[in-house]
Write a protein that binds this ligand. Structure first.
Ligand SMILES: Nc1ncnc2c1ncn2[C@@H]1O[C@H](COP(=O)(O)OP(=O)(O)OP(=O)(O)O)[C@@H](O)[C@H]1O
Ligand SMILES: [Mg+2]
Length: 479
């Protein structure tokens, strides 16, 4: 940027040197020139250069360059650009540049509807709605917002006409019958020379204004034909860009809701874990204590009755049974407590805890289980170990509940700091439809438990041959 400015200044100095020399010669001929005259001359020459670029060049371009543009070349290039560009701002920029280079208007404005305000049909705007505005003025493009007065009858008529309209048409064209005054007011207030409406399925998506405070050269029939062709390209380019924008917005919304769903899943797993721990505590502290005192009392009663010679033998037997049932109940509570809160994970580690789970499973079901577990890392994070434990637990529960299997194998291993678990049964095999079943949360929960650690769970079913659940969970990416 800086070297470009320096370059321009150098070029200007070289260009100004002969002018300056000429002026110096004239002044010298008129008499001696002083130091102050030199300074005055330099300022004058620079001012003349600035004035030329600022005030003389644009109207000169406007008058002479406009005649020189190649309509077909500009339109061909624009057509190609409209196919390639996706962002609305890029399309608008390209349109502004094409119009500016071809017709040199003082100012060009493109108004464009926000895709998010697409609810026009259900909620028609009353007075005006803020649209995006892209403006070209003195070689620069600026973006902003502008209020478009929809309800203005002039705009509605322009939409009905649906082609490029030049200001001089309004006075004589019968298409403006009934709204001539409003249309004149609309054009004059904004210094519009030509207005192009951009439509999609006959509804307004944008407008282009070519504006000039003083008209140096009226727009010819050729200019208007050019603008009409440009309008068609603009409608295609901008419609596409707006659609891309809409799809992008929807994609973003989808990504956000997927992220929320993921967080919800994680939270669900966490809440489930906390709730299980709470129930386990209650069971252990409350029910466990009560059953223990019941057992002690029943045993005491049994012993007393045994010592009492008059005691009914049936009562002695009943007291013994009560003590035995209380004892069995204590065992059950202990097992449920362990299942709910595998505190063994902290004590003896993942593999022995799973061995215990398998032994409990075998006691309660007729299914044969083959377990093979080897984990080298001694530093397994508690939450990671819990996730692996719960995923295997859910897989085994599913085998017992749904698989109608006779055998299940569990292989737990660690390779390059990745824990792999494969649970395979020889049952009926899960179907694609069951995999996508949304009422149940077992399989979904397995995926959600693995995800926070960067783990993946895949479930595959082979009809009549069984189901395989595979878990891969890296150790290093623990939170
Ligand atoms: N090992 C398996 N063999 C055959 N079908 C299975 C197996 N595991 C799961 N399924 C099928 O997939 C479905 C979804 O399993 P998922 O664990 O998600 O839910 P669920 O066990 O029915 O309920 P829950 O939410 O209590 O776990 C099951 O209803 C079952 O039909
Ligand atoms: Mg399940």
């Amino acid at each position: 940027m800086v070297h470009k400015t320096v370059g321009w200044i150098a070029l200007l100095l070289i260009a100004m040197a002969p002018i300056y020399g000429l002026a110096w010669m004239v002044l010298s001929l008129a008499g001696k020139i002083s130091q102050a005259d030199h300074l005055f001359l330099i300022i004058l020459v620079f001012w003349a250069g600035y004035a030329y670029l600022r005030w003389v060049k644009p109207p000169v371009d406007h008058l002479f360059q406009r005649r020189a543009y190649s309509r077909s070349k500009v339109l061909k290039q624009l057509g190609e650009d409209m196919c390639n560009l996706q962002a609305t701002s890029d399309v608008a920029n390209q349109l502004l540049t094409a119009i500016a280079n071809a017709l040199y208007p003082e100012r060009i404005s493109i108004f464009l509807k926000w895709e998010s305000s697409d609810d026009e049909a259900t909620n028609p705007p009353k007075t005006g709605v803020a649209w995006r505005k892209f403006e070209y003025y003195r070689g620069k493009v600026t973006t902003g917002k502008a209020l478009v007065p929809f309800a203005d009858p002039a705009i509605q008529r322009l939409v009905e006409i649906g082609s490029a309209v030049e200001v001089s048409q309004i006075g004589s064209d019968e298409q403006f019958e009934g709204v001539r005054k409003e249309a004149e007011a609309y054009f004059n207030e904004r210094h519009i020379q030509v207005c192009l409406v951009l439509l999609r399925k006959e509804s307004l998506i944008g407008m282009i204004h070519l504006e000039e405070k003083r008209t140096l050269q009226p727009y010819s029939r050729g200019d208007l034909e050019f603008l009409e062709e440009l309008r068609v390209s603009a409608m295609v380019g901008l419609s596409n860009a707006l659609l891309f924008e809409k799809v992008d917005l929807q994609r973003q919304a989808l990504a956000t809701s997927q992220e929320q769903l993921r967080l919800l899943g994680e939270r669900l797993a966490q809440v489930k874990e906390e709730e299980s721990a709470r129930i386990a505590r209650e069971l252990h502290d409350e029910l466990g204590q009560l059953l223990t005192s019941l057992k002690i009392d029943a045993s005491l009663l049994e012993r007393r009755l045994e010592q009492d010679a008059n005691a009914n033998p049936e009562s002695v037997e009943r007291a013994g049974t009560i003590a035995e049932v209380a004892d069995r109940s204590i065992g059950t509570v202990q097992r449920i407590t362990k299942e709910l809160r595998p505190s063994m994970l902290d004590g003896i580690g993942l593999v022995p805890t799973i061995e215990w789970m398998v032994s409990e499973f075998v006691k309660r079901t007729p299914i044969e289980v083959a377990f093979d577990g080897h984990i080298q890392s001694p530093d397994l994070d508690r939450s990671l170990a819990t996730a692996v434990y719960r995923i295997i637990q859910e897989s085994l529960t599913n085998v017992a509940r749904h698989a109608k299997a006779t055998k299940v194998s569990i292989a737990l291993s660690e390779k390059q700091r990745v824990i792999c678990a494969v649970i395979a049964d020889n049952g009926v095999g899960i179907t694609e439809h069951q995999l996508r079943h949304h009422d149940s949360i077992g399989i979904l929960g397995m995926t959600e438990r693995a995800r926070p650690f960067g783990g993946i769970v895949t479930v595959k079913g082979n009809p009549g041959k069984g189901t395989t659940v595979a878990l891969n969970i890296p150790i290093q990416t623990q939170r």
